[in-house]
Design a protein around this ligand. Structure first.
Ligand SMILES: [Zn+2]
Length: 417
């Protein structure tokens, strides 16, 4: 058997088995803790809410397993099943230049992939989320989102893919380094442009009107030495009942965004504490650290592709008989998540460390007790489980489980200032 086929199948199997094993542990753990609210939360979270969170988490995990299995079948169909070769053959008949054939193959692959995923995204929104009372999306919004995403893919993806393929064919053996520079530039451009130009295509952002809250936020910002390009409320309730807050953008283009759903459920003290947590991420330069680690990972990946693309066996082993630059890139994009999966616990551990740091910062700038109350409310209203399987959580969770965060915050409160 071709070496690359063997590595691919082993990684696929290892990923799938690890996911199934972790999910089985997670579901068993949640079922075993479904009957009792953890002691630290007993006064604030009723048993009924705790049970709802358990049922919601179980349903989501089950759906994730089904979607994962379906995704692996599709991956096998594209590669060993010859799907990619078929798609490539169809576009090749038009006899365009290799570069534009490559652009067409890649864009059509992305569009077909999201169509193939459509049953799951429909069920997620209108089945699962609706069943637990979170869905606010109607069909026109859902279809509108799909069309806008498709249009964005065409508008942003076409030039990006064309430049990348052109560099691959024209810039010699160090092409992967030039592609990496372009990719980094594109990432930074998107970080900068997203809040101002892309997010408003999907949601309405209006300046925060509540004067009292506004003043408190502004005084928190100046106390922490921050400037922002505005405080906005986003109509998150248009799609979902889940609440959130975020700080987005780069450089001067930073804005603070609150979901309307969050402002409805938290009181001003709690909103301030949540924002102080977000500011903590900036104070500790978490966004920059994240960007640097992503940059290093993509550099390593592209360097690996620079080598792989010269190995005909890499193509043949993954179901592609006619090696080409774009097919190499596609195979790499399809297969690399199998390797990334085993790196994700590291990235998530780093992210959880950052969450603790941001919590500590919030506790130093506002009252830790307010953040605890806000977290408890958000966990209750989002039906997030308080009792994840510890191993599952350390593998997947970008945020520490609620009991650990709350315990840490309470410890902060007790420390003398
Ligand atoms: Zn955070």
């Amino acid at each position: 058997m071709n070496l690359y086929t063997a590595i691919f199948l082993v990684m696929l199997l290892a990923t799938a088995l690890t996911q199934w094993w972790l999910a089985a542990r997670h579901m068993r753990y949640i079922r075993n803790h479904r009957g009792q609210v953890p002691a630290a939360f007993r006064d604030h979270i009723p048993l009924a809410s705790h049970r709802k969170a358990a049922d919601y988490t179980l349903a989501k995990t089950r759906l994730g397993l089904a979607e994962g299995a379906y995704g692996y079948l599709i991956l096998l169909a594209w590669t060993l099943g010859g799907g990619l070769a078929l798609l490539n053959g169809a576009w090749s008949q038009l006899e365009w230049s290799p570069l534009w054939t490559g652009v067409a193959v890649m864009l059509s692959l992305f569009m077909l992939s999201s169509l193939l995923d459509l049953p799951f995204s429909l069920y997620h929104t209108f089945g699962l989320e609706a069943r637990f009372g979170f869905n606010r999306t109607d069909l026109p919004t859902f279809i509108g989102d799909m069309l806008k995403n498709g249009l964005l893919l065409l508008l942003l993806g076409t030039p990006l893919i064309a430049v990348v393929l052109w560099l691959m064919q024209a810039s010699g053996s160090l092409w992967w380094l030039y592609v990496w520079i372009v990719w980094m530039g594109f990432t930074l451009l998107m970080l900068w442009a997203y809040p101002a130009f892309i997010a408003p295509l999907f949601n309405k952002f209006s300046p925060l009107e509540d004067n009292e809250l506004r003043q408190r936020i502004e005084s928190l910002l100046s106390r922490c030495g921050f400037t922002s390009n505005g405080i906005f409320v986003m109509d998150g309730s248009k799609r979902s009942g889940h609440g959130n807050a975020y700080f987005t953008g780069l450089g001067e283009n930073k804005r603070i965004v609150f979901f309307d759903t969050l402002l409805k459920s938290l009181d001003p003290d709690e909103v301030e504490a949540v924002l102080a947590h977000e500011l903590g991420h900036f104070k500790h330069k978490h966004v920059h650290k994240r960007l640097v680690s992503m940059a290093l990972l993509s550099l390593a990946g592209l360097a690996a592709l620079g080598w792989l693309i010269q190995q005909p066996a890499f193509f043949h082993g993954l179901g592609v008989n006619e090696p080409s630059l774009h097919m190499g890139l596609i195979l790499f994009l399809l297969v690399s998540p199998l390797f990334g999966f085993f790196l994700s616990p590291l990235m998530n551990a780093l992210s959880r460390k950052h969450e603790f740091e941001a919590d500590a910062y919030a506790a130093s700038q506002t009252r830790a007790g307010d953040l605890v109350q806000a977290l408890v409310k958000l966990y209750r209203e989002n039906a997030s489980t308080l009792t994840p399987d510890p191993l599952y959580s350390s593998f997947y969770d970008s945020h520490p489980p609620a009991p650990l965060r709350v315990a840490q915050l309470n410890a902060n409160t007790r420390q003398p200032a």
